[in-house]
Design a protein around this ligand. Structure first.
Ligand code: RTP
Ligand code: MG
Length: 140
């Protein structure tokens, strides 16, 4: 499979409900290939750094609490138009607005506990990948 790559997180609400495989299958069925993966428990420092763009938003503290509340699975995904393809299969941030069949429509619990993160630009994807992976951990 050719194409480019993006960055994904399976969030603590999904790992808690043992949905890592179910979420990954949705990604694979959408034409994405997992070329790096690891399960981590984010520190507050990591979560605050990762979501620094949201630090002025009213939900920032709660978001950091949530992202550090349990394990996450961080992944690098490869495929044609990987960033947009992943955003499409994730669905809208708020599961009530997510299209049927998307990951958030099927699995998310709330606007915050929404099961997955996906990079929102190719530039951010490379920054986020570098946040969690070294190049030798990525096998395309
Ligand atoms: P993500 O960054 O996690 O892929 O999600 P996104 O682009 O769809 O949403 P974004 O606006 O970047 O928000 C980041 C995450 O913050 C939580 N959130 N909570 N309580 C709230 O109103 C609220 N709004 C957003 C969600 O976990 C969202 O994915
Ligand atoms: Mg975002």
């Amino acid at each position: 499979m050719a194409g480019n790559r993006t960055f994904s997180i399976i969030k603590p609400d999904a790992t808690r409900r043992n949905l890592t495989g179910a979420v990954t299958k949705k990604l694979e069925d959408a034409g994405l290939r997992v070329i790096a993966s690891k399960r981590i428990h984010m520190t507050r420092e990591q979560a605050e750094g990762f979501y620094a763009v949201h630090k002025e938003r009213p939900f920032f503290g709660e978001l950091v609490d949530f992202m550090t509340s349990g394990p996450c699975v961080v992944q690098v995904l490869e495929g044609e138009n990987a960033m947009q393809r992943n955003r499409d299969i994730m669905g809208a941030t708020n599961p009530a607005e997510a299209a049927p069949g998307t990951i958030r429509a099927e699995f998310a619990e709330s606007i915050e506990a929404n099961s997955v993160h996906g990079s929102d630009s190719d530039e951010n994807a490379e920054i986020e990948i570098a946040h969690f992976f070294t190049e030798d951990e990525i096998v395309g």
